[in-house]
Design a protein around this ligand. Structure first.
Ligand SMILES: C[S@@+](CC[C@H](N)C(=O)[O-])C[C@H]1O[C@@H](n2cnc3c(N)ncnc32)[C@H](O)[C@@H]1O
Length: 346
């Protein structure tokens, strides 16, 4: 093989590696461009028409230079075709029906990730070193000091809105409406689950217990939300059973375990069991994480590993074992998209 060819191949290989790596480093730029496309509703404004950049700028009320830049992005990612004959832009024919029919849903889903990106950036920090104190890590700092908590809670609430509705509907189907006297939403944060459970079981006293700064942030994001007036918000610590009651008929603990070590996950489950009446139910919702499942959520797992010292997204199997070790009878497993809920009985 001629020497020149070999050198060429090596160079191409190095270029590919570099492009791949740097591509990952700057992927946020594509994300931001897409968020702006949705913010300005450029897809909707294009609709089924061929528009010049100026016409699109007029329709979206965005500055022409911004529209130019975003059109270049949309062409690059094959959302839009540039029609050179008349210098107009149109949605790519093969995508346009789907994009327009599902626009609102796509926009909602994409914009949720804009909030999430903000959280990732806020919480990012150097991961070098192994002995960082957990309380110094971004997630604990945010909970302890309160900075950025309002935005964080809004993001978590949006992310869980559909799941909270789905779960409350399911609970309504499974249990009679007067089934529970007292319910605890432990680490309930934004309160979306609490308020829907209260609506489904109107005679129950529903308590939301969370850390002090979270309770304050939750009150802030729920200002004017009458449904939350029906929920008793209390400051407490899931690790300290003396900060909440010990006679609940139902405890919800959703997306809390993933911030902690195996031992602390065990402790939290034990605390819930201790605080339940005999025959009471514990419902734990989590992001699915099973190696055999398509809905693995490695991204979330990476984020948690980085943002918390010892926290990690537990596998479904690990949680099942923790529940088994507490002699809890498995009552029902409810799967919904990337979430799974284990309902067990004391
Ligand atoms: C990811 S959010 C989940 C919120 C809600 N349960 C849901 O599923 O959408 C985690 C929540 O746990 C709360 N939290 C963290 N540590 C806690 C602790 N030691 N005791 C009580 N709540 C805690 C946070 O303040 C936050 O509201």
């Amino acid at each position: 093989m001629p020497h020149g060819n070999y050198k060429n191949r090596k160079e191409i290989q190095m270029k590919n590696i570099r492009q791949n790596l740097i591509g990952k480093a700057v992927a946020y730029r594509d994300s931001m461009a897409l968020f702006w496309v949705f913010e300005l509703d450029l897809i909707k404004h294009l609709g089924a028409s061929n528009l010049t950049a100026q016409a699109l700028s007029d329709a979206s009320k965005a500055h022409l230079s911004k529209v130019h830049a975003l059109l270049a992005f949309m062409v690059e990612v094959s959302l839009v075709a540039h029609n050179l004959e008349d210098n107009t832009f149109s949605l790519k024919a093969e995508n346009s029906d789907y994009l327009l029919e599902n626009y609102a849903e796509l926009k909602d889903e994409a914009c949720y990730f804009r909030e999430q990106l903000e959280q990732w950036v806020n919480l990012s920090f150097p991961v070098s070193g192994t002995d960082a104190d957990d309380s110094e890590l971004p997630e604990s700092k945010m909970f302890n000091e309160g900075n950025g908590l309002v935005e964080y809670l809004r993001m978590v609430k949006n992310a869980n809105k559909a799941h909270a509705e789905f779960l409350a509907d399911n609970f309504k189907d499974i249990f009679p409406s007067d089934m529970f006297n007292k319910v605890l939403d432990l680490g309930g944060g934004h309160g979306a689950y609490s308020q829907l459970i209260k609506a489904a079981f109107p005679t129950a006293e529903v308590q939301l217990v969370d850390l002090p700064n979270t309770v304050a942030a939750s009150q802030e994001i729920n200002k004017g939300n009458a449904a939350m007036d029906q929920v008793l918000m209390k400051v407490g610590d899931a690790f300290d059973t003396s900060t909440y009651d010990n006679n609940y008929d139902l405890i919800l603990m959703n997306d809390l375990l993933h911030s902690f070590s195996h031992e602390n996950k065990q402790l939290l489950v034990r605390n819930c069991v201790e605080s339940l009446n005999n025959g009471g139910y514990l419902a734990i919702s989590k992001v699915k994480h099973a190696f055999t499942e398509k809905e693995n959520n490695f991204n979330l797992s990476i984020k948690l590993n980085v943002n918390t010292g010892t926290g990690y997204l537990e596998s479904d199997h690990e949680l099942e074992n923790i529940l088994k070790a507490q002699n809890l009878a498995l009552y029902k497993v409810i799967s919904h998209g990337h979430k799974v809920t284990y309902i067990v009985r004391k």
